[in-house]
Design a protein around this ligand. Structure first.
Ligand SMILES: [Zn+2]
Length: 536
């Protein structure tokens, strides 16, 4: 059975708190969804704001290879003359092949919010759908609050669906608008509706009960063939049903098919791309596509995973474009270290003595506040330095950081550094808008003379965590930084009682790591996978 996929990230997804997309972002997302193989992309509500209207103008210029663009709107205002209704007119003006319109299918809403009788509401739905169908559009009818409406007054909600069907709607999409329906109810209700209608049935689930994905799967099981959702479950309140889980579940576990173009192995890359554009930190624990979805931490788990990953993984991560990871943590056993070394292409000495010694070394560092989960580059340098494969390329021999005010009373910082490379000492200074920024600038300025490649390295993320507060301001801080050379990214860590020193340690590791990789032509494997997949 083939399932039609309808993405509403650009419409319902942008209702989420803190989400704001420019037209350019929306166009980039449209292209990405098209490449991935989504059948219909709901681009926005042209009647609601000028930005969406502009989107529909610009999207026509994209050369989409598969996806159809859909404009969203509501039924006409009662008792407006249909032809004069602004909302329907702006839907037509968007000139999309597909239009989705929502109508009230819960009597409570129809009566209280619109003040309409049953017949008046049915007539409104019929006339609105029919008007657009006659204009040659494919019209998808979104039955708003359908499940709540069905439970309240089954006859009413079915009567409204019938009106849409008779008016020529191509699909009847049952919406769990408040997101509170449970999977068994969804199954029963969709089964009932499926038996009464010949047009395809769709599902539009929200995640307020934490079962948005389960509800979508149950609707399909009951016969729905059109599924609406958003990438990463973005959407208002607790979000919409997450297509990044629905698609792998339907395709890999339940045996449903999609159009031939759809490539499930691109799901992880799609998910990260959308998070990036939404400016939202990717959810590491997201099923299928999270950084941690196939991460193993405990020593016993890891030794089993190394034997046969099926013991602790529900699917092969590559099926969704994700990767198995072993997390280096305070639970680390020797098998973790061996696994990690293999990942970096490092050959560990055969005798167990080495890994045993290294594990206890790591444990003492973790006790001091280090954490290597998010700082694999520092971990790799430590391991290589234990193996005598690596020595730092430079040393900071003097550092002075001043926080100052300029003539306009604005804060700025100045860093003065002496850096030793071989036997030469480079003396530099740089300003920055904060002490870390100044330090970063001075360090790179000093090193660029020796290693021009350093110029390409940029600081892309900087996180500080205060470790415990037993000593008040004397508490230790852990600084995690992420650096990029435009092609790859890597993360390093520093721990100290002094935030500047911790930052300097993480920065030093970061630049040393870049140099080590360059000199030894080591290709990073895992550290870069998010950015890499993001780029493809
Ligand atoms: Zn919705």
């Amino acid at each position: 059975m083939k399932i039609e996929l309808f993405d509403t990230t650009l419409r319902d997804g942008t209702q989420g708190e803190g989400i704001n997309l420019s037209i350019q972002d929306k166009l980039l997302i449209t292209q990405k969804l098209d490449t991935y193989g989504i059948d219909i992309i709901e681009g926005g509500w042209p009647g609601s704001n000028p930005k969406d209207e502009e989107y529909f103008q610009s999207v026509k210029k994209l050369n989409l290879s598969h996806s159809k663009i859909c404009a969203f709107g509501s039924t006409a205002r009662y008792p407006n003359k249909i032809i004069e209704d602004n909302n329907l007119q702006s839907l037509l003006k968007a000139k999309t092949e597909v239009i989705s319109i929502f109508g009230k299918t819960w009597r409570f809403h129809s009566e209280v919010s619109l003040g309409l009788s049953n017949d008046e509401n049915a007539e409104l739905i019929f006339n609105s759908v029919n008007f657009l169908v006659k204009e040659g559009r494919r019209v998808i009818f979104d039955a708003e609050h359908f499940f709540d409406g069905y439970k309240d007054d089954r006859n009413f909600s079915i009567k409204m669906l019938r009106a849409a069907e008779q008016a020529g709607a191509s699909d009847l999409v049952l919406c769990d608008t408040n997101g509170g329906t449970l999977p068994n109810e969804i199954f029963d209700i969709v089964t009932d509706i499926k038996n009464q209608f010949n047009v395809p049935i769709g599902i539009h689930a929200h995640n307020d009960g934490g079962v948005g994905v389960a509800n979508s799967l149950m609707a399909v099981k009951a016969g729905a063939t059109h599924v609406q959702g958003t990438i990463n479950g973005f959407g208002e309140r607790s979000g919409n049903a997450d297509l990044c889980s629905i698609i792998p579940n339907l395709g890999l576990k339940m045996g449903y098919e999609f159009n031939e173009r759809l490539d499930i192995t691109k799901t992880t890359s799609l998910s990260h791309f959308i998070s990036e554009l939404m400016n939202v930190e990717p959810d590491n624990r997201a099923p299928f596509v999270g950084l941690s979805s196939f991460a193993h931490k405990g020593g016993i788990h890891v030794s089993s995973v190394l034997k046969d990953s099926r013991m602790y993984e529900h699917i092969d991560p590559s099926l969704v474009g994700n990767l198995q990871r072993v997390v280096v943590s305070d639970l680390s056993g020797q098998s973790n270290i061996r696994y990690k070394a293999k990942e970096f292409g490092i050959e560990l000495p055969k005798e167990r003595e080495f890994s045993k010694k290294f594990v206890s070394y790591l444990k003492s560092m973790e006790y001091d506040g280090y954490q290597f989960d998010g700082a694999e580059a520092t971990f790799e340098l430590l391991l290589r330095s234990e193996l005598k494969e690596y020595e730092p390329y430079f040393k900071v021999v003097y550092a002075k950081i001043n926080v100052l005010k300029d003539e306009n009373n604005l804060d700025y910082s100045e860093a003065v550094l002496k850096i030793k490379v071989d036997d030469e000492i480079e003396h530099t200074a740089a300003d920055g808008n904060g002490p870390v920024n100044a330090l970063d600038g001075a360090m790179r300025k000093a090193l660029t003379r020796f290693f021009p490649v350093i110029e390409k390295v940029k600081l892309v993320d900087y996180k500080v965590r205060v470790l415990g507060d037993k000593d008040g301001t004397g508490a230790k801080v852990r600084v995690l930084i992420e650096s990029s050379d435009g092609e790859n990214t890597w993360s390093t860590v520093g721990v100290s009682e002094n935030i500047i020193e911790a930052s300097m340690m993480a920065l030093t590791d970061s630049l040393n790591y870049k140099l080590f990789r360059l000199k030894n032509k080591v290709k990073p494997k895992l550290l870069t996978w998010i950015k890499k997949t993001f780029a493809t």
